[in-house]
Design a binder for this molecule. Structure first.
Ligand code: NDP
Length: 428
């Protein structure tokens, strides 16, 4: 599971061990939403580390099978069918953990839904469900665990937010609101329970390929989002058609490396750095899901047509690995904004089999942008959701792009694989 995207390779469990005297072994961990995705992966991983896991979710067959599998493997696991929108059921989940295993050490409020859709489609029932599961479900988890933890003056409450708890994108508004709420209530909780020595952590994952997208009822949004996830999510499969992860353990082995057990304030700080200063695919994916899904909506944008291909008199040089390319910028606001930032010393890296990308230090203006056609190798583009330059050396078709210009005299250096320091400067 993710995130604050700290740069080291220390695992979640290793960090938890330092946060939790005695490590995670023998701790009793209650996990909501344990029937798939991050919750399931967390359950497997924690059980393998010696924790006793108490699994809650609505799909009885899934969590019972998981608990049986873990138990058969010699681990300690218990499944309780639980709907987190029902306070009594959540209380029962936690009380069962306490009565059967003596205590609750960790409450992992992970259950969540993400049925993305623009507000104007008025999917009010889905708004209600997200509020019920993503916010009230977390609150019910806190309400169930807190009395036990207060009594023992010990415990750790972990709430799963999202990068969408830090940024808002069109089409993800209500989901973002719920994940902002999770951060807010986690921060309040942190400050309130400090005197009881109860730890709190909020986790803000970027995109991980799970079943989360299956909740998106609007087919156009779902397809667009799956397309993005298939390209960039942690644990994605490389096929263009999104499919759930190969295996939960694979998910976990990838994602735990970037998970933090740090207290909220530091986690937030690191997250802010990730999303604002060091955008990378994992970190911003949550923030790009709807934007990319709604890139379809870019077709509705009014304004200047970037396909006009009117060249400006600005030429830029992109130099890396002792190679250099020059490009002429088009006469549009986004390209002019890029020119205003030069020179820049950044990093150029591979992405996919048709482009190199360069993350910019800030987003560029999108003023006047609109859809364009006749995409060709040799186009220099800006990808709005991630705020990066996209340098295409093969065919492409991707919504969410603004074309900034074209390379002159060939673009062969782009085919050199690898990640290099790059300098971008104006030559005219
Ligand atoms: P999944 O859809 O794979 O898992 C969601 C889990 O939530 C399932 O186990 C589901 O179980 C459970 N759930 C949903 N509704 C309820 C309910 N009413 N009561 C109890 N459990 C419920 O998605 P993820 O693993 O990706 O999501 C886990 C968390 O991570 C969510 O909070 C999500 O918002 C968050 N997140 C995920 C990201 C990603 O890219 N995957 C990015 C950022 C955050 P069941 O249906 O059996 O009840």
């Amino acid at each position: 599971m993710a995130i604050d995207q700290t740069r080291d390779e220390t695992s979640f469990m290793e960090r938890s061990a330092t946060l939790m005297p005695g490590g995670i072994g023998n701790k009793v961990v209650v996990i909501t939403g344990a029937s798939s995705g991050l919750g399931e992966a967390a359950a497997r991983h924690l059980a393998a580390q010696g924790a006793t896991v108490v699994l809650g979710a609505r799909r009885a067959s899934r969590i019972k099978a998981l608990a049986a599998e873990l138990t058969a493997a010699g681990h300690k696991a218990r499944a309780m069918v639980t709907d987190v929108t029902d306070r009594d059921q959540v209380r029962n989940l936690v009380d069962t953990a306490v009565s059967e295993f003596g205590r609750i050490d960790v409450m992992l409020n992970n259950a969540g839904l993400m049925p993305l859709a623009p507000l104007e489609r008025l999917k009010v029932d889905e708004w209600d469900r997200m509020i019920d599961v993503n916010i009230k479900g977390v609150l019910y988890g806190i309400a169930a665990a807190l009395p036990h933890m207060k009594e023992r003056r010990s415990g750790h409450i972990i709430n799963v937010s999202s990068v969408y708890g830090h940024v808002v994108d069109p089409g993800a508004t209500v989901y973002c609101a719920t994940k902002f709420a999770v951060r807010a209530l986690s921060e309040g909780l942190r400050r309130e329970v400090k005197p009881y020595d109860i730890r709190t952590t909020v986790i803000s994952p970027g995109a991980v390929s799970t079943e989360l997208l299956e909740h998106i009822s609007e087919k156009d949004i779902q397809e667009g989002t799956k397309d993005v996830v298939s390209r960039i999510a942690v644990g994605r499969t490389p096929s263009p058609a999104w499919s759930p992860l190969r295996s939960a353990s694979r998910r976990m082995s990838i994602s735990t490396r970037s998970c933090s057990g740090r207290p909220l304030s530091r986690c937030e700080e690191a997250q802010r750095m990730t999303t604002l200063r060091y955008p990378n695919r994992r970190a911003v994916l949550g923030g790009t899901l709807a934007a990319a899904a709604l890139s379809l909506a870019a077709h509705g944008q009014n304004g200047r047509d970037p396909a006009s291909q009117v060249s400006s008199d600005v030429r830029i040089r992109i130099a890396f690995n002792d190679l250099a390319l020059t490009a002429t910028l088009y006469d549009n606001p986004t390209a002019r904004d890029l020119a205003s930032m030069l020179p820049l010393a950044l990093t150029i890296e591979d992405f996919g089999s048709n482009e190199k990308i360069v993350h910019l230090p800030r987003k560029l203006t999108e003023e006047g942008s609109g859809p364009f056609g006749n995409e060709r190798p040799g186009d220099l583009c800006y990808f709005k959701p991630w705020g990066n330059l996209a340098l295409f050396y093969a065919d492409y078709r991707w919504a969410g792009l603004i074309r900034l210009g074209r390379f002159e005299g060939g673009f062969e250096p782009l085919r050199v694989r690898g990640k290099f320091p790059v300098r971008i400067e104006r030559v005219r």
